[in-house]
Ligand binder design. Structure first.
Ligand code: ADP
Ligand code: MG
Length: 276
């Protein structure tokens, strides 16, 4: 990120609703994330945190509202040509001119390469070595020369402190090491944005710190991130903005010192009293 980018809007979420059957999981989400900032999302289980992350890279489609990442609508493209087919149920999002058209699956996949996603359960390819796990997507999705992808994978492994594990298979690593590989793998596509869904929840307590340290390091380098976590200490130290979600809504958001130390809403207070 260049200094000129800092402070620009990276993610813009407007009036997003999402239901699964009759269950409304996101009930009107508005959120803005600026370039170079870290947003930590807190909230009880079932409040819609994972669904929100998944809508940002179009693993879930929104029912209404819209999301843009770095100025591009997620899953849609705006076009003024009158002959193109109009996407059903969409129109006028963002108040700008032009109709909305749904991206093809291929276009969605391309868009998704710009957004890194780190899951709770690492999701590494078990049959590939650590190095191959990291180099796979740059070769297959970005058509990078294999040698370049492997060189870059080595540098990324070094960055997450695992230079000596290049030839290991995931099952030979601890959970913390696997998650650091998963982070390196997400970085390999040089994403504009990184999403983390409870990246340390599946780890033994003594392994949490090494993963949080890697994420902290990325934050210091200006990586734009949205992190769903219950690690309040991490939120306090690293977040620019803390968002508290409950029942599909953002109940409260602000600087960590405000939301964590002086929450205004009873539901935030109740949640924090349980996790602190
Ligand atoms: P959180 O991450 O905050 O725990 P989720 O976004 O995973 O919350 O889930 C919110 C609600 O949506 C939960 O009640 C969950 O069971 C439901 N849900 C999530 N994904 C699906 C799905 N694919 N189909 C049906 N219900 C879902
Ligand atoms: Mg979740």
């Amino acid at each position: 990120m260049s200094d000129a980018d800092a402070g620009r809007t990276m993610v813009d979420i407007k009036a997003v609703h999402k239901s699964f059957g009759t269950l409304e999981v996101l009930r009107g989400i508005d959120l803005e994330v600026r370039t170079g900032e870290v947003t930590v999302v807190l909230g009880p289980s079932g409040s819609g945190k994972s669904t929100l992350l998944r809508t940002i890279n179009h693993l879930e489609k929104v029912d209404s509202g819209w999301i843009s990442v770095d100025g591009s609508l997620v899953g849609y493209r705006r076009d003024n040509r009158a002959t193109a087919r109009r996407a059903s149920g969409k129109g006028g999002g963002g108040g700008r001119a032009g109709k909305l058209y749904e991206l093809s699956e291929r276009e969605v996949l391309k868009q998704r390469t710009q957004i890194g996603f780190v899951f709770q359960n690492f999701n590494l390819f078990p049959h590939l070595t650590v190095l191959e796990n990291i180099a796979e997507a740059p070769v297959s999705a970005l058509k990078r020369p294999r040698k370049d992808a492997l060189d870059r994978a080595r540098r990324l492994l070094d960055r997450v402190g695992l230079a000596d594990k290049a030839g290991a298979y995931p099952k030979q690593l601890s959970g913390g090491q696997q998650q650091r590989v998963a982070i390196a793998r997400a970085l390999a596509l040089e994403p504009k944005l990184l999403l983390f869904d409870e990246p340390t929840s599946a780890l033994d307590p003594e392994l949490v710190g090494e993963v949080l340290d890697v994420i902290k390091d990325l934050a210091l380098q200006g990586t734009t991130m949205i992190v769903v976590t219950h690690e309040i200490g991490f939120a306090r130290e690293v977040a620019d903005t803390v968002v508290f979600m409950d029942e599909g809504r953002i109940v409260e958001q602000g600087a960590p010192g405000d939301v964590l130390d002086a929450p205004r809403h009873d539901r935030t207070k109740a949640f924090l009293s349980k996790v602190l």
